[in-house]
Design a protein around this ligand. Structure first.
Ligand code: CA
Length: 434
């Protein structure tokens, strides 16, 4: 799926000038979807599409009669709100029809009558979560993250579990505490244990971020019905940035034998714009190569030629702005192409026992890390569990996050011969414990 078409043409000219600004995340080749309203406006959030520094108000363009056919159906569903869950349920023919119509309307020398006046400046808008997730599954698909974290959390044991190379490892996360970018992160309380002394209940001293991508699930499957890897992408609307905030001291004491719980469930942040798989088509890559005696290859039910370009070249950067600093400083970079499993493999594995997925569910990829300097997707790895603090511009040191710190995730896709696209931002500031 997701062959290149006219909507990816790098020569497209958009009549929205800011769509051509250097470094914009939202050229006319991107067209991500989100839920917005004018700041201070009464009433619910409605569906919109990012273009440059503006938002296409799909409801206003519907009222102008700019859409027809299944593109109009798709726009009506996106506008109805209260989220994009029902839009996600429509499936790829509707998603592609709306993208095609928007691309045609936004390209060309001049706006259709009334269309430009109906754009909303992003700076005058507030954003909601794009979907209302009924379920959130957090995977663990970065071999480097698993290795680095394993060495820290389980010294003396094999860094990566024997199952890692046979299946995309995951746990069921908490959907109720997923919030849109900009929501502050209240430092959680929890039980921590130092050595053999009795555990104490206290504010976490090891608050961390995790740089991940979030896959937004589309139509989904009926209970008892498996989704083969070759069909999995029909169930993925697109991808957002996801920060899976973590309290390492709470996590360390609680996580065996059943996995993370309160060390993760206090907040997960999601960026407001869903970058569709259509927009990501020029930035596809083969799944990560596997060779050598340690690499068994994907098992047959998770392998298919249809997934031969199932990886994505998405470069992430995490930024930290301590209190009082003027600008955020980059603290880690990563790339989704390093992931050991593709989104299709995650979805096929998730449904391989018949578990049903629903529109608007979210998969986190797991922290995305590499082995190189500066390629760690969380502070647990970057500071060796606090033993080697980072030094930020101005000499500020950080082992873990402190109150007032702002963490921001960004991501870009760039490839020769194509117009670069981005994901906007996923940010949040740490507040003191209650
Ligand atoms: Ca995570």
């Amino acid at each position: 799926m997701s062959d290149l078409d006219i909507t990816h043409d790098p020569s497209l000219r958009c009549w929205v000038a800011s769509a051509h600004a250097a470094g914009t995340d939202f050229p006319v080749q991107n067209l991500p979807l989100g839920m917005f309203r004018r700041a201070g406006e009464a009433g619910g959030f409605r569906g919109g599409v990012a273009i440059g520094d503006r938002i296409v108000d799909l409801g206003a363009w519907l009222a102008l009669g700019l859409f027809d056919g299944i593109a109009a159906e798709a726009a009506r569903v996106a506008v109805a709100g209260p989220d994009l869950n029902r839009f996600a349920a429509l499936g790829r023919p509707h998603w592609k029809a709306l993208r095609g119509a928007l691309s045609a309307l936004l390209s060309g020398p001049a706006a259709p009558p009334g269309a430009e006046e109906a754009l909303v400046p992003m700076e005058a808008a507030e954003m909601a979560l794009p979907v209302t997730p009924g379920n959130y599954t957090d995977f663990f698909c970065s071999l480097e993250h698993a290795s680095n974290a394993g060495r820290v959390m389980r010294p003396g044991q094999p860094a990566v579990g024997e199952n890692f190379r046979w299946m995309p490892i995951a746990y069921h996360g908490r959907a109720s505490s997923i919030r849109v970018s900009g929501t502050p992160c209240r430092r959680p309380m929890g039980q921590q244990r130092d050595g053999t002394a009795p555990p104490v209940f206290a504010p976490t001293a090891r608050l961390d971020y995790e740089a991940e991508l979030g896959c937004i699930i589309g139509p989904g499957n009926a209970l008892g019905q498996r989704v083969p890897v070759a069909e999995a992408e029909a169930h993925i609307l697109g991808i957002c940035l996801l920060n899976d905030w973590s309290a390492r001291d709470i996590q360390r004491f609680e996580y065996q034998p059943l996995g993370p719980f309160l060390g993760k469930s206090f907040l997960t942040s999601l960026s407001p714009w869903v970058v569709t798989l259509e927009a990501l088509a020029p930035f596809r890559v083969p799944p990560r190569a596997r060779s050598g005696p340690e690499e068994p290859g994907a098992p047959p039910h998770l392998a298919h030629p249809a997934d031969a370009s199932g990886g994505f070249d998405i470069a992430l950067t995490a930024w930290l702005r301590p209190p009082g600093a003027e600008a955020p400083a980059p603290i880690g970079t990563g790339n989704a192409r390093w992931l050991y499993w593709t989104p299709s493999q995650m979805l096929a594995h998730h449904t391989s026992n018949g578990c049903d997925l629903r529109p608007g569910d979210i998969f986190g990829t797991g922290t995305i890390s590499g082995f190189g300097p500066g390629e760690q997707g969380c502070l647990l790895e970057a500071t060796a569990n606090g033993r080697a603090p980072l030094t930020l511009p101005g000499g500020v040191q950080r082992a873990f996050l402190e109150d007032g710190d702002e963490v921001i995730l960004t991501a870009r896709c760039e490839r020769e011969g194509h117009v670069p696209i981005g994901f906007g931002r996923c940010g949040g500031t740490v507040l003191p414990a209650n």
